[in-house]
Design a protein around this ligand. Structure first.
Ligand code: ADP
Ligand code: GLC
Length: 491
């Protein structure tokens, strides 16, 4: 395709790996644009200028100033490059607004774990700049054909564009998690420069508040979410989280597209974070990683004991509380558990105290540790993901690629990406993990028992590992599906 015909996409996001990541959105915001770029898309990423972004984006140059942007502090737009590997980089536009972004802490929460009190302004600005750059009010020569928003943080872009009278790009919003909605007091509508008339059920209003996500879902030209199954689930109670009615009325413009993963970064044959690389042909090297992981986490080093891994936000969504309840029975199997995660202080404390009580069997690391997360994927025998709901989930895909069959609750994207072991799926070569439903501690524990039994049967276990490792979790098909939506919108 000639470069003149390249589709131009502005990808608006509040996270990007490796500069700022609190979960899967960070991974997807790097790996999907790279995949689109490989499909000849001209893509630029719009990001808030948090300190990590200001430091990590190279060759920055000022390309515009927004001195009199009503309702927001003075803002400069910088353009630069984000190098992702020796061969891959992304063009990035950074919103430099020290008044809103130059502070230590997370993108959404302060160091104490509380929402930043000015989050409406912080992400109102991201949405606003996204809208300006996607319209004829843009100071840039580069004008996108499509504005692609992600989650509530850029949910107001379609709303601002709706009220812009000049030329503008069509919008897509991807829902990564409907549970996070960006709801703020009604007065925020005026504070963010939206017309008072937009505070309406046919607009940005949602149960008496301004909702960034509802606004995005209401005004975007197309809505996507991160798996087909989740696209169905959110049109009903309870996973519609109050937005099922609106999503149902928009179901013709709602598409589920399963996330892919970065198969270069998550590759057991080359991963630099592993103690020893391995492939499905040389699975014996995988157990070396198990021994290193057991040793590093202070567990008994014993290949015969099945080792389960968890890498997760420690929250109600992820079912951490259910896991905690079964630990006294779990250690008697015997089995070991390594947990890496953070978020909910109370759950963190409960896990730490269990690790103290069962030091040979339970190891917990609180915090965010990218390198350790790779070693856990490789060194565990089985990955545990008892999420109450899961729009897509990435770790179950990483774990299958690493020959670490997952246990999942049959929900959302976990249904679309894990094939439960049954005599049939074993015989036809599709079994790649274990899934259970409904989500109860009893079902979780009996599935763990089944894994322990299956693990002892080396032939079946290796078959499962090899099936999982052979699956294609690349972005190829999904990036093409996004491109098809973009094209349909500009046709
Ligand atoms: P979610 O976005 O809901 O948290 P996903 O499974 O989509 O769930 O993505 C989570 C991502 O964040 C994965 O890449 C996972 O490895 C990573 N992750 C989560 N917690 C940690 C942690 N404590 N340390 C390192 N990586 C983590
Ligand atoms: C969200 C979801 C997760 C999904 C990720 C990336 O954080 O909770 O299931 O994989 O976004 O789309």
């Amino acid at each position: 395709m000639q470069s003149a015909q390249k589709l131009k996409v502005l990808f608006i996001t509040s996270e990007i790996y490796p500069l700022c990541k609190t979960g899967g959105l960070g991974d997807v915001s790097a790996s999907l644009p790279v995949a689109l770029q490989n499909l000849q898309t001209d893509i630029k990423i719009l990001l808030p200028g948090y300190p990590s972004v200001m430091q990590g984006v190279k060759y920055k140059r000022k390309i515009s100033e927004f001195k009199e942007l009503q309702h927001f502090p003075p803002t400069t737009l910088l353009a630069g490059k984000l190098a992702l590997s020796k061969t891959e980089s992304l063009s990035v536009l950074v919103i430099d607004c020290p008044g809103l972004y130059a502070r230590e802490g997370g993108p959404y929460l302060d160091a104490g774990g509380y929402d930043w009190p000015d989050n409406a302004l912080r992400f109102g600005l991201l949405s606003k700049i996204g809208a300006i750059l996607s319209s004829d009010a843009s100071p840039l020569k580069w004008q996108p054909d499509i504005a692609h928003c992600n989650d509530w943080q850029s949910g107001l872009t379609p709303a601002y564009l709706h009220f812009h009278s000049g030329a503008k790009a069509p919008t897509v919003i991807t829902i990564h998690n409907l549970a996070f909605q960006g709801n703020f007091a009604p007065g925020t509508v005026i504070q963010l420069g939206l017309p008072a008339s937009s505070f309406n059920v046919h607009g940005v209003e949602y149960y008496g508040n301004l909702s960034f996500l509802k606004a995005g879902i209401y005004y975007a030209d197309h809505i996507t979410t991160v798996s087909s199954n989740y696209a169905k689930e959110i049109q009903k109670e309870p996973l519609g989280f109050g937005m099922q009615g609106l999503l149902t009325t928009r179901s013709k413009q709602l598409t589920g597209i399963i996330n892919g993963i970065d198969i270069e970064k998550w590759n057991p044959e080359t991963d630099p974070h592993l103690a020893k690389n391995y492939s499905s042909k040389k699975l014996s090297n995988k157990s070396f990683n198990k021994a290193v992981l057991q040793q590093r986490m202070g567990l008994d080093v014993d290949d015969a004991i099945p080792l389960f891994g968890v890498i997760s936000r420690l929250t109600y969504q992820k079912g951490t509380d259910l896991l905690i309840q079964i630990i006294p029975d779990f250690v008697k199997l015997p089995a070991q558990l390594v947990i890496l995660g953070s978020t909910h202080v109370e759950l963190e404390a409960q896990l730490m105290s269990l690790a103290k009580e069962y030091p040979q069997s339970i190891a917990v690391k609180i915090g965010f540790d990218e390198a350790l997360s790779h070693l856990i994927e490789a060194g565990s025998d089985c990955f545990l993901m008892p999420s109450r709901f899961e729009p897509c989930g990435l770790n179950q895909m990483y774990s299958q690629r690493y020959g670490t069959p997952p246990i999942v609750h049959a929900t959302g994207g976990l249904v679309d990406t894990v094939v439960n072991l049954t005599p049939d799926t074993l015989a036809n070569g599709t079994a790649s993990g274990f899934s259970f439903s409904p989500i109860t501690t009893g079902n979780l524990f009996s599935t763990i028992q089944l894994v322990v039994e299956t693990y002892r049967n080396t032939k079946t276990w290796q078959k499962l590992q090899k099936n999982a490792m052979a699956k294609d979790f690349s972005w190829q098909a999904s990036a093409a599906a996004y491109q098809e939506i973009y094209r349909s919108l500009i046709a």
